[in-house]
Design a protein around this ligand. Structure first.
Ligand code: PLP
Length: 338
């Protein structure tokens, strides 16, 4: 492909695009508290990145944050972020959907402001990424934008950003949007395949793309609206496809998260089917920093994933600290790459 771009949304303060929306939301809560509104704290259910962003901005503003996390379903780096920022962290023996259901019930009873992306302040912040893409192309509209989706707020936020620019007359069309899901958490994909018939939530199973391990997305209706109005498509990626694409991307000098791998699989599939043309300008949205997901990369490169061939694994070579031994392995390596 000759016009392919990656929009890096994960090189931000807490390492994911969730920062874009959370600055807006926490600023607003800060204002409400200064107006003496009875808000004691801010809470969210999270697959990791939302809680990291929430706790960082709340800590900076001196607002208590409360996060509901599914135990053992987020990365170590993601877990340590809210802990370090002083959030009140509740680790629960359920999945994201279970955490989400509970926090909705709890926040309706307690003076805790709910910070999940059903809150439109988040989307207002997140939509700036779409505006930024247009600005970076000098207001030329890309043909495609591919976004990994879980709870499905972000796909709608992108749609909103593009649509706003169209309505303002900054551009005269919007890109076609592609939502990419993990095959282990694919309710939107199934809904799309059924011709948008009846939506049925699924039970999401374990995926390396843990931030999108969601079976009953809160923003399903908004996502469907965004896709229908952008001539959009939904694709899915198996674990092996995602991990291979992530590794392939890394081998070009990037260091992408598994979710970005999911988006790259969607790109590959749509290119192979000829849906995305060779010279179409295409933007893949990278949603988090790869350093949050080192464990996934480590098990891939050590070929420790059951049932996966890990074809791009690049494990370190163990060699004796001796001149001869090092010469041997290096000569072999050099003849392979030359
Ligand atoms: C939150 C998140 C997503 C999914 O965004 P939704 O708005 O929930 O669809 C994708 N990738 C990463 C890294 C995330 O943190």
């Amino acid at each position: 492909m000759n016009d392919l771009w990656v929009k890096q949304c994960g090189i931000s303060h807490t390492g994911s695009f969730k920062d874009l929306g959370m600055t807006v939301l926490v600023s607003q809560v800060n204002r409400l508290r200064k107006m003496n509104k009875p808000l004691v704290g801010v809470g969210c259910a999270s697959t990791g990145d939302t809680s990291a962003a929430l706790s960082a901005y709340c800590a900076a503003a001196g607002i208590p944050s409360i996060v509901f996390l599914p135990a053992n379903k987020i990365s170590m780096a993601q877990l340590v972020q809210p802990i370090a920022n002083g959030a009140f962290v509740l680790s629960m023996d359920t999945d994201f959907d279970g955490c989400m259901k509970l926090i909705r019930e709890i926040t309706s009873e307690l003076p805790i402001y709910l910070a999940n992306s059903l809150n439109s302040l988040r989307l207002e912040g997140q939509k700036t990424a779409a505006i930024e893409i247009l600005q970076q192309f000098d207001w030329e509209v890309p043909d495609w934008v591919i976004i990994p989706g879980g709870n499905l707020g972000n796909i709608y936020a992108f749609y909103k950003g593009f649509k706003m620019c169209e309505e303002l007359g900054l551009v005269n069309r919007i890109p076609r949007l592609v939502c990419a899901q993990s095959a282990n958490a694919n309710p939107l994909y199934l809904h799309y395949k059924s011709g948008w018939k009846n939506f049925t939530p699924v039970k999401a199973t374990t995926t390396f793309a843990s931030a999108i391990q969601i079976g009953d997305p809160v923003s399903i209706d908004r996502a469907v609206y965004a896709l229908k109005n952008s001539d959009g498509i939904v694709e899915e990626a198996t674990e092996e496809e995602m991990m291979d694409e992530m590794a392939a991307a890394d081998s070009t000098g990037m260091f992408v998260c598994p979710h970005t791998g999911v988006a790259l699989v969607a790109l590959k599939k749509l290119r192979e089917k000829g849906v995305i043309g060779k010279s179409d300008r295409t933007v893949v949205v990278s949603t988090a920093h790869g350093l949050k997901f080192t464990q996934a990369k480590i098990v891939y490169h050590s070929k420790e994933i059951e049932g996966m061939s890990c074809k791009f694994a690049n494990p370190p070579v163990e060699v004796a600290a001796e001149y001869g031994a090092v010469m041997d392995v290096l000569t072999k390596y050099l003849s392979k790459v030359s």
